[in-house]
Design a protein around this ligand. Structure first.
Ligand code: SF4
Length: 460
């Protein structure tokens, strides 16, 4: 494929948006591995031919067609789609037709650059004459990732519900892996198990998702958890708990973050990463919050037409949020009876945490809201260390780092920033080793304190 020098902005609006997926191959970039595959399984359950593209192998292409100033996830995903298209063209020859695919690249509003990825990638795709007709299917946080226009109208809400369900189940599988792997009876057991578990759950979503048979999916999940539990060697004592926050793509895309969770585990950690459902709930919560603010403002100014509009929006986002949290709780409650996995944070509670400590405001938006409040919760829950994972130059994560560092220093909780841009930093492993030493010391200190408190109580 050869790029043309003259860029055209013509197809920006034509070829980025919500397009029907009927008869198309829906190309999904891999972010967190399990989550992406379960989403694909969900779409398949609704009769859509969804496919996860190989990831990270096209990074050279991604870098070739970016200037270096773009966010790192934009480079990685651009490389994924360019390499995929290149291979399809080689495979199909004259039969290659870009109109048969829709490439999935969502967007978000707000001060972050995520909203620009699909626009920038459109310009790059347009510079290849044969890729001008490849459509970018975009969902936006502004309408809580509504799927309108992409599938049959009667199915949009159902698909959205099952997709959310798959996000929570994927979070559970990730948490199961991080709970089990540091204590596995034999090296490699957990990795082999989780691949099999992912396939089982993909099949469950393909088979039962379209029928919205949530109980059947949960039955499968229970079986998976029971199997996962059997991998744990009960003689291995609990390890230092490390909480992870950061930019959603980097902290979940193991190739981009050079498998930082595994590296932390190698040096003795048990890690809990912030969940994906938390982000989905956050976008719905933000929409509800914005509708409420707009409603109040228009009420004051007595603009009745707008009052009606924002009231409707408030109601709709409120119902979505209620539904999501209800489903999430339902799944976590069922899992709790089987294994001690950490629960998820409620977004309203996280906003309260920020307000109470006067640390940051949801008015600013971005993932910094979740990361800063999430770190406060890790401290409260007694974690032994916190890691912030993000793309080099990422604005919300840099804000997070600036806000939390002094707090963590005062709280004497070890903290580590790990920015990534595709290069290998020679000092990274040493930094993680030192961080884990500090986390171990923190765990021992905490253990001593708890013992003292227990002894004192029993002495009286
Ligand atoms: S969160 Fe960071 S990496 Fe993601 S778009 Fe915003 S600035 Fe870029």
């Amino acid at each position: 494929m050869e790029a043309k020098n003259t860029q055209t902005f013509r197809s920006l609006s034509d070829n980025v948006g919500q397009f029907s997926l009927k008869g198309k191959t829906f190309l999904i970039p891999e972010m967190n591995r399990i989550g992406s595959h379960l989403i694909a399984g969900t779409f398949k359950g609704f009769g859509i031919n969804a496919q996860i593209m190989d990831t990270y192998k096209g990074l050279d292409l991604g870098k070739e067609f970016t200037s270096g100033k773009e966010c790192y996830p934009c480079q990685v995903t651009l490389g994924d789609i360019l390499l995929f298209m290149k291979k399809e063209k080689e495979r199909l020859g004259d039969g290659f037709d870009p109109e048969k695919y829709v490439y999935f690249m969502p967007e978000a509003s707000g001060p972050c650059r995520f909203g620009m990825y699909n626009k920038y990638q459109r310009i790059v795709l347009d510079s290849f004459p044969e890729l001008k007709k490849l459509k970018i299917g975009s969902l936006t946080t502004e309408n809580s990732y509504s799927l309108e226009g992409m599938i049959d109208k009667g199915e949009t809400r159902n698909l959205r519900k099952v997709a959310f369900f798959s996000v929570v189940v994927a979070d559970i599988l990730d948490r199961l892996l991080w709970r089990v792997r540091p204590y596995e009876k034999k090296p490699g057991l957990a990795d082999a198990f989780i691949e099999k578990a992912m396939e089982t759950m993909c099949r469950a979503f393909e088979t039962y998702g379209g029928k919205r048979a949530f109980d059947k999916i949960l039955d499968e999940l229970e079986g998976v958890i029971e199997e996962g539990k059997s991998i744990i060697d009960p003689t291995i004592p609990r390890k230092p708990m490390i909480g992870m926050v950061g930019e959603i793509y980097l902290r979940t895309h193991t190739a981009s973050n050079q498998d930082v969770i595994r590296l932390l585990e190698q040096y003795g950690a048990e890690v809990v990463n912030a969940s994906i459902a938390e982000w989905v709930n956050f976008t719905t919560y933000e929409n509800k919050r914005n509708a409420m603010l707009a409603l109040r403002l228009n009420l004051k100014q007595f603009r009745l037409k707008k009052v009606r509009r924002y009231f409707k929006q408030l109601l709709s986002h409120g119902i979505d949020l209620f539904y999501q949290q209800y489903r999430q709780k339902q799944i976590y409650r069922r899992v709790e009876t089987l294994i001690d996995l950490p629960g998820d944070h409620q977004v309203a509670h996280l906003e309260e945490v920020l307000k109470e400590k006067d640390l940051f405001s949801f008015d600013v938006g971005t993932e910094a809201c979740l990361s800063i409040a999430g770190i406060m919760e890790y401290i409260r829950e007694g974690y032994n260390g916190v890691v912030n994972v993000y793309p080099f130059t990422c604005m919300p994560s840099t804000m997070t780092s600036a806000v939390v560092k002094p707090i963590l220093t005062r709280a004497k909780v070890p903290y580590l920033d790990t920015p990534y841009d595709g290069s290998y930093q020679p000092g990274r492993e040493a930094a993680i080793r030192t961080f884990m030493y500090q986390a171990e010391q923190h765990q021992k200190r905490k253990g001593r304190k708890e013992k003292e408190t227990y002894d004192n109580k029993n002495a009286h």
